[in-house]
Design a protein around this ligand. Structure first.
Ligand SMILES: [Mn+2]
Length: 294
């Protein structure tokens, strides 16, 4: 990785436009990891995810959608990001612009802090689904009130917890759990997923009053065996196949956008990138099905 790669916006690589077909998603990378507290390097996630995605089959046999026949546009990466506040400010503007153009953002991280911006840009009637081993509900961490450990708390303070659904938690500080119970976030912890047959039906139930969803996927929801390359790996997680079952529950919902975050290629075997690119494929196909239904 050179400084040119680090500081310049590379040419978009995933764009594939089929005549007469508007893009299902607008892909954009957010190479930002400035508040990461353990393993740095998720700023290189967007490029690793693109590379992996360009090397998988893009026909979803499960959803019967062939992405080869549909359009996808890659806008490249955000640049000039400064600190977390500047990054989320800029990203929020970009995502809102994409959404107002009736298009669907697919945001590739970068650290999880970016979902503060995308969640704020989502309409108020949308379910906001977070897949994450962590709660990210700290009040502050290492002197920072705004970081990848606090972004969801900052969001809830502004917009409330009513539409937030948290899936996969298995690691938290005690005060995060206290706050979670205080504000009443709907949760499906990892322990419940592992102990329940077809646990994804619990999500279907939580979504019954929602037609529209925005998804924020932190890859560390997966067991480190399935996704070693993440910023903060957390043992005893779910498998990629179990995660995909949760995504398939979204079939028929309008997917307003999604983030796939915390891919940290320096620590990866290729497994986390492969999981991430599979999720990018399936979420894109689900977005297509949601639009078709509309
Ligand atoms: Mn996490």
């Amino acid at each position: 990785m050179s400084y040119r790669d680090l500081y310049l916006t590379p040419a978009p690589r995933v764009t594939s436009i089929k005549e007469g077909k508007p893009p299902i998603v607008e892909i954009l990378g957010v190479p930002f990891d400035a508040t990461s507290t353990y393993r740095l390097g998720s700023k290189f996630g967007p490029e690793a995810l693109r590379e992996s995605f360009l090397n998988i089959e893009i026909f979803s046999s499960r959803l019967n959608v062939d992405l080869e026949e549909l359009s996808v546009e890659d806008l490249g990466n955000m640049s000039q990001m400064g600190d977390a506040a500047q990054m989320t400010d800029a990203l929020g503007k970009v995502v809102l612009e994409i959404s107002e153009g009736e298009q669907t953002p697919a945001v590739l991280g970068g650290e999880h802090t970016l979902s503060y911006a995308t969640f704020k840009a989502a309409p108020k009637d949308a379910a906001l689904i977070v897949f994450d081993a962590h709660l990210d509900l700290r009040d502050e961490f290492a002197g920072l009130r705004f970081s990848h450990t606090t972004w969801l708390r900052r969001f809830i303070e502004e917009r409330g917890a009513k539409n937030v659904i948290h899936i996969g938690s298995r690691a938290a500080a005690k005060d995060e759990v206290t706050y979670l119970n205080e504000v009443g976030v709907a949760t499906i912890p990892t322990r419940t997923i592992l102990a329940t047959q077809r646990a994804e039906m619990l999500l279907a139930d939580l979504l019954k009053d929602f037609n529209r969803v925005y998804v924020s996927l932190d890859l560390d929801i997966l067991d480190p065996a399935y996704a070693p390359g993440v910023g903060n790996p957390e043992a005893a997680g779910i498998s990629t196949a179990q995660l995909l079952e949760f995504l398939y529950i979204l079939e028929g919902k309008e997917i307003l956008g999604f983030d796939i975050v915390e891919l940290c290629p320096a620590y990866d075997t290729g497994a986390a990138a492969a999981a991430a690119s599979k999720c990018l494929l399936e979420l894109t196909c689900l977005a297509h099905l949601g639009k078709t239904k509309k």
